[in-house]
Design a protein around this ligand. Structure first.
Ligand code: BGC
Length: 373
């Protein structure tokens, strides 16, 4: 009884802290949350669930293969599922529920919609499984134990900085520069984090008058790209060109990832205009080629191999009952708790540093070198 009261008090305290904008050291963990911290362990050949979203970028395709191979090699039984694009949220909910019923000891989730998994992750917890949010945070629940991702805020900062650098290098004139802003899908918690990171660099320049968003669309609701779909970005760029750039020149575009960057470039080319400075993310093959050809300006190297390895390392620690290695216990408040995270460092890539940035990614390094011969 006493324990329950203490937990409730802790939760009230955590809620109060988050209301005042401060983050608690460890968030308001429930009993179930603390149970997963070390101590118990489980069988070395246990089933491990991996629920991935639809394949909106190459990194998701690669992650599935790497999880299957890596978990098998580590002795576990992987159950890797993708939610099909047609009905992703409901399918992913069902898949996670099936993993719980099937006795998975850890469930790693790349959420389609981070706000719509509260029931399923709670069920996972109630069944004694540990939940790891992979790449995208799962929101509004105490039942997510860990987060493993690249530092998404930093991704945005790097994109904002690259846009400014590209404008200086390529626009052919000094400030002010005309730009447009794109953000990702609003059901992905990462989208707002990328955008906030980028705007932490760009907003001061907008305020100083060095950057001008000619359409006036600077709110994340106006810049969002539903489902991270290329066709939605292309359509929005088409209409921005018509509404705001009949006489003005477009100098740069903040694009949150490579798929959307290429759609934006296609739109501009089809309109017969000069390709502006366009940012990206993910180091997709077609975008790396575009960068080497001098078209897309930048991308981000978030090496999926390293991220999957880190997630599998967490599974190994949990299996042995060891303490799980995290390196950030303050940044990712999911609305209910600060989720202990292991964050990896993203790397900005432009034509200039591509060979160095992909030194450890043989397939991309080969592409870069083929342009340098
Ligand atoms: C990932 C990005 C990816 C996007 C679309 C985000 O959550 O972090 O790497 O480009 O989803 O798939």
């Amino acid at each position: 009884m006493k324990k329950i009261i203490v937990t409730a008090t802790a939760l009230v305290a955590a809620a109060a802290l988050s209301l005042t904008g401060c983050s608690s050291e460890r968030g308001g963990g429930t009993g179930a949350g603390t149970e997963t911290e070390g101590a118990k362990g489980f069988a070395a050949d246990a089933s491990i669930g991996v629920a991935l979203p639809d394949k909106t970028s190459e990194n998701w395709v690669l992650a599935g293969q790497l999880f299957t191979d890596g978990l098998t090699k580590a002795g576990f039984k992987p159950d890797v599922q993708y939610a099909p694009a047609s009905n992703t949220v409901a399918e992913q909910q069902n898949q996670i529920q099936a993993m719980v019923t099937g006795g998975a000891k850890v469930i790693i989730i790349g959420a389609k919609d981070g706000k719509q998994l509260t029931t399923q992750v709670q069920a996972a917890h109630d069944a004694g499984a540990t939940v790891i949010a992979y790449d995208r945070l799962i929101e509004n629940t105490d039942a997510v134990d860990y987060y493993v991702a690249f530092d998404n805020f930093k991704v945005g900062v790097l994109q904002g900085q690259a846009l400014l650098k590209g404008l200086e290098e390529r626009s052919g004139h000094a400030a002010p520069w005309n730009i447009e802003l794109f953000s990702g899908s609003s059901d992905d918690a990462n989208s707002a984090v990328f955008f906030k990171g980028a705007m932490s660099v760009l907003q001061p320049e907008i305020d100083k008058g060095n950057l001008k968003v000619v359409s006036g669309q600077t709110d994340i609701a106006q810049t969002a790209t539903d489902g991270w779909k290329a066709e939605n970005a292309q359509r929005r760029m088409d209409s921005l060109l018509t509404s705001s750039y009949s006489t003005e020149t477009l100098d740069g575009v903040l694009s949150p990832n490579d798929t959307l960057a290429r759609a934006i470039i296609t739109s501009v080319k089809q309109a017969g205009k000069t390709v502006p400075v366009v940012t990206g993310q993910d180091s997709e093959v077609e975008s790396v080629k575009s960068i080497m050809e001098g078209e897309q300006y930048s991308t981000i190297n978030k090496d999926t191999t390293l991220l999957v390895q880190q997630a599998i390392k967490m599974v190994g620690e949990l299996q042995k009952g060891d303490k799980v290695d995290v390196n950030d216990e303050k940044s990712y408040n999911n609305g209910k708790k600060v989720v202990p995270a292991y964050l990896l460092d993203p790397i900005i890539v432009t034509k200039e540093n591509a060979a160095e940035a992909y030194a450890n990614v043989p397939s991309l390094l080969e592409i870069v070198k083929s342009y340098q011969q």
